[in-house]
Design a protein around this ligand. Structure first.
Ligand code: AMP
Length: 181
């Protein structure tokens, strides 16, 4: 099973973000989950990939060629898909992954997160979407999403399709269901 991960190309100010990214990478590798991510060795992306690789996990990157100078490509990942545009990267990551998780990140992470949410809303994929609320980073986003529902701009059922998790173990139920356990 493959887990698509969106997260910051920076590590953030609080060391807890890197710690939790490494913990997630380790957790997924130990549960034999492959990682699909942006392919960079920078920021939280690099932390997750390094942790998974150190625990014999498979890590698949999807990197747009024009971005390689900025997001230094991770040289030790298992497989790297080259794409041309950001749109292709987003589509390829969704295609390759069985479920999608956003960790803390900036505007790029939010773009990717809302891309999977909006495509799910209009029935373009049925993959589970998770928001990993490390350090309560997504407290304000959760409030905003609820506000969208309260003000009639989003359906409650679409909000219910976004699972907010506080620790990696909360992924296990979905992983076991997908594996038919
Ligand atoms: P950030 O959260 O801003 O650090 O970005 C996280 C990831 O999102 C990085 O790999 C960025 O290259 C990527 N990203 C930034 N802008 C976009 C975009 N418009 N579409 C898709 N991915 C993006």
């Amino acid at each position: 099973m493959r887990v698509g991960i969106y997260c910051g190309s920076k590590i953030g100010k609080n060391p807890i973000y890197a710690e939790k990214a490494e913990e997630l990478g380790t957790f997924l590798a130990r549960h034999e989950m492959d990682i699909v991510y942006g392919g960079s060795n920078q920021g939280l992306m690099g932390k997750i990939a390094d942790a998974a690789l150190a625990n014999n996990g498979d890590v698949i990157g999807v990197m747009p060629s024009f971005l390689q100078w900025k997001e230094v490509t991770h040289e030790h990942i298992t497989n790297l898909h080259h794409v041309t545009t950001m749109y292709e990267r987003k589509a390829k990551m969704i295609e390759l992954a069985d479920l999608l998780i956003a960790l803390p990140g900036g505007a790029g992470t939010m773009d990717e997160f809302f891309d999977v949410v909006t495509l799910s809303q209009i029935g373009q994929h049925q993959k589970p979407i998770y928001l990993y609320n490390v350090n309560d980073y997504y407290r304000l986003l959760q409030l905003q999403l609820q506000h969208m529902v309260d003000e009639g701009f989003m359906q409650q059922e679409h909000l219910d399709n976004i699972y907010i998790i506080q620790k990696p173990e909360e992924l296990l139920g979905m992983i076991q269901k997908k594996n038919g356990i």
